[in-house]
Write a protein that binds this ligand. Structure first.
Ligand SMILES: *[C@@H]1O[C@H](CO)[C@@H](O)[C@H](O)[C@H]1NC(C)=O
Ligand SMILES: *[C@@H]1O[C@H](CO)[C@@H](O)[C@H](O)[C@H]1NC(C)=O
Ligand SMILES: *[C@@H]1O[C@H](CO)[C@@H](O)[C@H](O)[C@H]1NC(C)=O
Length: 506
């Protein structure tokens, strides 16, 4: 029996019968079938355990210890990869750009695109000069030239027929991928050349949805009139939107026929929506995608972001730089510092009161802190103040698709704004420390007998990184004013609200 033992320890279980163990023929056959049956059952059972178990509970070492043939372990790996939560490697970006504006607009793409971690293409109407020696040029996604759309009808008098080319980017991107590179694609994310994504937050949003189902995810315009003219069921292209893989496949099969049915539409995103309507897939609204169809100063919107991850911003050439006294591109770049420290918390609002001084304080983490004389309730503070103007300049606040509050006329209620000037992680304190410096503008005289926020020059905000913020139910963070002796600096702590902690006006 020496040979038998040797074989049994080296060969897979179904090969044992060849080891010369003497048996009658029918008995041997039965044995083979029995062993085969057990093995197959075992394999199916193993695969089932893996496919139903939670990804976090998988221990890769356990998988490796199991005696399996190579083909099976490859299958197991594929199943395991399927179960992994969505990450950047599962996303393909499609960026709509034009050769005319490329030289300027590519600077926005360089801010957020990371070629080592991301996959994507810039789709242009024609070739552009690649300035490979220019700064950050190697950070741009590869350029592709869109297919010819001259045969498609376009009859909108106000728009431009490039809309057809741009609406085909998702399909063209899908077609450009070979079967091997399609394998781990779960989402196609579209954006314009003047869209800036916070990709960590994009992933946080996409993880909420099953990529094997058909999803069309994005957001509306800030302008009620835009939503009436276009659609309240459309993902605005500049804010960016995500299309799950199965939906992209379904779309690519009908899109060219579909586009030909809507020659009178204006843009690319309304053409996309028209085809979505034909497929019967509605828009899944996610408020963190920002079209920013506004003019003027975004401050009011950025200082009172809804309680949802901040995913994108757009129309950066239309609005003023988000930090004063800076170019638009530099101002956006500045946001990447807090973004790296705690992307989930970027631009999240928290509201608290300095009771000794009777001030209301509103933090927009990583961006700005406002100090108001007097007490404002949270329901007032979470409404964006109208520092911006309507997309249709004649329209007023009644034409926004959300609540806003007026900029106060009372001289005493003009907020003191502190813009983020510095942010870092303090190893010793084990927390992020962001600094905000007072914006030096003249304030009207105020007769109220109360501390003047002008005495404060710097606000320091402590906040522990909280990457799992959005794994919990949405809730605004709480802030507390820390009592200190220094007169011209205010220290604030921002974090998860403690049990029973609420923002109460006193
Ligand atoms: C604007 O920036 C310039 C150069 O960075 C600086 O010299 C100037 O003082 C700044 N102005 C204000 C109002 O902050
Ligand atoms: C730092 O804080 C985190 C929680 O934010 C905690 O998990 C970690 O253990 C802390 N590290 C040290 C060295 O205290
Ligand atoms: C802080 O302000 C108080 C009065 O508000 C004053 O008496 C004190 O001298 C100030 N301290 C510093 C360090 O400026």
């Amino acid at each position: 029996m020496k040979g038998h033992q040797k074989v049994s320890s080296e060969k897979p279980i179904w090969d044992r019968s060849s080891s010369g163990v003497s048996m009658t023929r029918p008995a041997r056959r039965l044995m083979i079938w029995l062993i085969l049956f057990i093995s197959v059952t075992y394999i199916i059972y193993t695969l089932k355990i893996i496919s139903t178990s939670h990804p976090c509970e998988q221990d890769p070492t356990i998988l490796q210890q199991r005696p399996q043939k190579k083909a099976i372990s490859v299958a197991v790996e594929a199943v395991a990869a399927e179960q992994e939560p969505t990450d950047l490697k599962n996303v393909v970006f499609g960026i709509a750009a034009s050769s005319k504006l490329w030289k300027h607009r590519k600077e926005y793409i360089k801010i957020w695109y990371k070629p080592k971690k991301m996959r994507g293409y810039v789709w242009l109407d024609k070739e552009v000069k690649i300035e490979s020696d220019a700064a950050g040029e190697q950070n741009l996604p590869p350029v592709k030239i869109s297919g010819d759309t001259a045969s498609f009808p376009y009859t909108n008098k106000k728009g431009h027929r490039s809309a057809i080319r741009i609406s085909r980017i998702v399909s063209e991107t899908l077609m450009s991928l070979d079967s091997d590179s399609r394998k781990n694609v779960r989402w196609f994310v579209m954006g314009d050349d003047d869209t800036v994504f916070v990709t960590e937050n994009l992933i946080r949003v996409l993880r909420k949805y099953d990529h094997e189902q058909m999803y069309y995810i994005g957001s509306l315009s800030e302008s009620h009139l835009q939503n009436i003219f276009f659609s309240y069921g459309m993902a605005y292209g500049g804010g960016g939107f995500a299309i799950s893989y199965p939906l992209a496949v379904a779309l690519s099969k009908i899109q060219d026929r579909c586009i030909k049915r809507y020659p009178a539409l204006y843009g690319s995103d309304d053409r996309m929506q028209a085809c979505m309507a034909e497929l019967g897939v509605p828009l899944t609204k996610e408020q963190g995608f920002h079209q920013y169809d506004v003019h003027g100063n975004l401050f009011g919107l950025l200082a009172a972001h809804p309680v949802t991850p901040f995913v994108s911003m757009h129309h950066l050439d239309v609005v003023e730089p988000i930090f004063p006294n800076m170019t638009r591109v530099r101002a956006i770049k500045k946001l990447t510092t807090p973004m790296k420290l705690d992307s989930a918390a970027l631009l999240q609002q928290s509201i608290c009161y300095d009771k000794s001084k009777s001030w209301t304080i509103s933090v927009s983490w990583g961006y700005a802190v406002q100090v108001f004389r007097g007490s404002f309730s949270p329901r007032e503070m979470e409404m964006p103040s109208r520092t911006f103007l309507n997309w249709y300049k004649k329209a007023d606040y009644t034409a926004y698709a959300f609540n806003t509050r007026p900029v106060s006329r009372n001289a005493c209620q003009k907020p003191f704004v502190f813009y983020m000037s510095n942010a870092k992680f303090d190893q010793e304190l084990n927390t992020t420390v962001s600094e905000y410096t007072r914006h030096q503008v003249r304030h009207p005289a105020c007769g109220w007998e109360m501390a003047n926020p002008e005495e404060i020059n710097t606000i320091v905000v402590y906040k522990k990184p909280d990457p799992h913020l959005w794994d919990r139910s949405p809730r605004r963070n709480c802030c507390t004013v820390l009592q200190t002796m220094r007169n011209n600096t205010l220290w604030i702590n921002v974090g998860v609200c403690k049990a029973g902690e609420v923002t109460e006006v006193k």
